[in-house]
Write a protein that binds this ligand. Sequence first.
Ligand code: NAD
Length: 355
Amino acid sequence: MTAFWTEPDFDEHELVQLVHERKSGLTAIIAVHSSHLGPGAGGTRFWHYPNPKDGLSDALRLSRGMSYKNAMAGLPMGGGKAVILANDARTKTPEMLAAFGDAVEALGGRYVTAEDVGITEADMVAVAKQTAHVSGLPVEGEGNAGGDPGPFTAMGIYHGIKAAVRHKLGKDNVDGVHVAVQGTGSVGAGVARLLAKDGAKLTLADIHADRAAELARELGGEAVSADAIMSTSCDVFSPNALGAILDEEGIARLDTPIVAGGANNQLARAEHGKALAERGILYAPDYVINAGGIISVALEYLARRNGTPGDINDVRKRIAQIPERLEEIWLKSEETGVSSDVVADRMAQELIGRR
Ligand code: NAD
């Protein structure tokens, strides 16, 4: 592997560690971007990278993203991320997870892990046998924070959509507001359910068409093909599937005044934030609106460190503050003429002492 500090995604990361454990076959990269606000927190991704350099890029890019996300959520946590480089057979063994847990433990709390793509709650339980620096564990007891972050992410997006509707359309509720939801998995379905309760009109799509159709039947919305969702004429387009959907072609297809959804890294490239603004579309920066899950994970971790269960009401209270942050971003964007994604990046950089 080349020197990581010459990589284009290197951004003065405080720690980049290659972990290799021969017996289990574990190869992983742990990156901490900033610990300015607290320990570097962010999930572990289990992924097969045909070129291991892409795993390094992911660890560098995603850990910086977590610094920004945690800072903007007002959490006392820095940004970190780990990737486990899956072999060709994508084998994930208990021994590998144990070796990974040992590596996290050896960092003495500088990095706190949780689930990400390819890693389940059960995997985190296995990792937790080796280290205390882990979160996203099953919830024990009623009213306690923790467990699957998906529903909390959905809750934050729901609040964010309502804030965007208020800001752009001058409407205090989403009754009759038409929301097109791309992706009806854990986050997208959660968002759709919350909006349906408030009387929103829903159009849903998923590459697993049956998933979207079933949810549309349950909630009384309409299902369309995955190809059609981005050009659906609506009040809010809510991307909750893949990243990088907002490129020249994607933005040109949009027929909406608002983009507000949970997918990570929605802008294909930095300039696409400006392209959205030029079309007069209000954009909710992804890592600000989708912070509900990390708020739950972080509060669960911090409470456990104090020997107490996290309080789900604290989690809900913090998630309900996401709209304030979005409003601040949109107002600054309007005052300065700088697109909302850049305003958010600058605010995050200031919070982590990088500006
Ligand atoms: P998920 O796997 O449960 O759901 C994703 C859904 O999107 C699936 O149903 C999939 O079939 C569908 N999909 C994939 N490609 C599609 C396409 N081209 N068109 C339409 N549908 C498509 O994942 P999730 O946990 O709901 O996460 C959704 C997004 O939100 C991801 O980008 C994820 O990184 C991001 N996110 C999730 C969380 C969380 O707490 N789960 C937190 C922050 C961000």
